[in-house]
Design a protein around this ligand. Structure first.
Ligand code: ZN
Length: 211
């Protein structure tokens, strides 16, 4: 009986490239120094110590696809895993859980899709909220308008005069601040309806007369 020493034992290892001399066996581009890659450790037999091995066939983390037997061993036994940065450990765990055939680029694409869907939903919600806010504002303006109308159509009480005064000051201020601002102003509309300018003039004459 001869021992089957012909088939080498291969295991995966995680490593940060020491130099930028490594080329990815998947995309054939170089693996930048200090970036995460997955390589293979190849032993002639079990007697050969893993520590002496130089990893071969490096592949970019993002180019790598989880092979079938990867999840047969716990993640932490793979060489280099313990030395990974926490963020890379997390990424590797996610791939491990995703299982055979999973790749980081596919997971990222799925994430992006989910993010996009979430964003679209948020945009729609924001749009609806804005619309209802504008509607509320319009309703509010209408109510103001009604209040003013009630005040002006009633008898000339002192309250009415106060409101009129307020309105005048407001209008004056408005004129001073900006000429561009000519929006649909409920106050201006009321002037047209009730001929405020005429009433004002009349009141002024009346006051002058009293003095
Ligand atoms: Zn690659």
């Amino acid at each position: 009986m001869t021992e089957s020493t012909e088939t080498p034992i291969r295991t995966l290892a995680f490593l940060y490239a020491h130099t930028s001399n490594y080329k990815c066996i998947h995309c054939h581009k170089s693996i930048l120094r200090k970036t995460l890659s997955i390589a293979t450790l190849e032993r002639k037999d079990k007697k050969q110590k893993k520590k002496t091995l130089e990893p071969i066939n490096p592949i970019h983390f993002k180019c790598w696809t989880v092979p079938e037997d990867f999840t047969k061993k716990p993640l932490h036994v793979y060489r280099g895993y313990q030395a990974l940065k926490d963020t890379d450990k997390t990424r590797m765990q996610r791939l491990y859980e995703a299982g055979k055939g999973a790749s980081w680029s596919a997971l990222e694409a799925a994430d992006e899709e989910a993010r996009q869907a979430e964003q679209d939903e948020a945009d729609i919600a924001a749009f609806d909220q804005d619309k209802s806010r504008k509607q509320k504002k319009r309703k509010h303006n209408d109510e103001d308008n009604k209040d003013m109308t009630n005040a002006l159509t009633g008898n000339q009480s002192s309250t009415n005069k106060k409101i009129k005064k307020k309105k005048e000051t407001l209008q004056k201020k408005k004129k001073e601040t900006s000429q561009k601002e000519v929006p649909t102003n409920p106050v201006a509309k009321l002037d047209e309806i009730h001929g405020k300018r005429f009433v004002d003039d009349f009141n002024k004459i009346l006051e002058d007369f009293k003095q």
